[in-house]
Design a protein around this ligand. Structure first.
Ligand SMILES: Cc1cc2nc3c(=O)[nH]c(=O)nc-3n(C[C@H](O)[C@H](O)[C@H](O)COP(=O)(O)O)c2cc1C
Length: 168
């Protein structure tokens, strides 16, 4: 265990937030971490939206299927990928996880809300005036936690194999 693995292991999705805001210094730093994610051919085919305006948060929440809690978060990040790049989805997912873990390192909890492959991605894009060559990959609702919820994870022995796969 070290500080990074401890942060990674402490992360879990939180969907209820206290009304306190997240500082702009934290927001700037986590965005830098997001943008340091690896990308195919180092294309960095992304843009990152930061939404704190209550009315806009409510609108975005309303578009989603399972992200109504976005309306109550302190800040929502919207990650868009450049559609023409083959690996935009992988790249933007890597950035999403970097951002989530960087938030966690500050004690700011979050929940990834699906964006890719969702028809409402277009509504979110238009709502934020994002150009058509970008598509929504993820929404990350974040804030100080107002709940504790820990998801059960699969046992390591069921998902890891060494050298060659051995069926049970
Ligand atoms: C691609 C992706 C899409 C997700 N979409 C949603 C969503 O729309 N609404 C939601 O409440 N959680 C969403 N989640 C969060 C998962 O439900 C959550 O990560 C999972 O239940 C495991 O819990 P944990 O994050 O606490 O480990 C999404 C996660 C991923 C990776």
């Amino acid at each position: 265990m070290n500080i990074v693995t401890t942060v990674i292991k402490s992360r879990h999705s939180v969907r209820k937030f206290k009304p306190d805001s997240v500082s702009d210094i934290v927001i700037k730093d986590v965005l830098e971490c997001a943008a340091l994610a690896p990308t195919a051919m180092n294309l960095q085919p992304w843009i990152f939206g930061v939404i704190k305006n209550k009315e806009t948060l409510q609108k975005i929440a309303g578009f989603t299927e399972h992200g109504k809690f976005i309306a109550e978060c302190a800040v929502c990040f919207a990650i868009f990928g450049e559609k023409k790049e083959t690996y935009y989805l992988e790249d933007c997912c890597a950035a999403t996880e970097n951002l989530i873990l960087a938030l966690q390192a500050y004690g700011i909890t979050s929940c990834w809300v699906a964006g890719a492959k969702k028809p409402y991605g277009e509504s979110v894009r238009k709502c934020l005036d994002v150009p058509e060559n970008f598509t929504l990959v993820s929404l990350i609702a974040a804030g100080n936690p107002a709940e504790v919820s820990i998801a059960r994870k699969k046992e390591s022995k069921k998902i890891v194999f060494y050298e060659k796969f051995i069926p049970e």
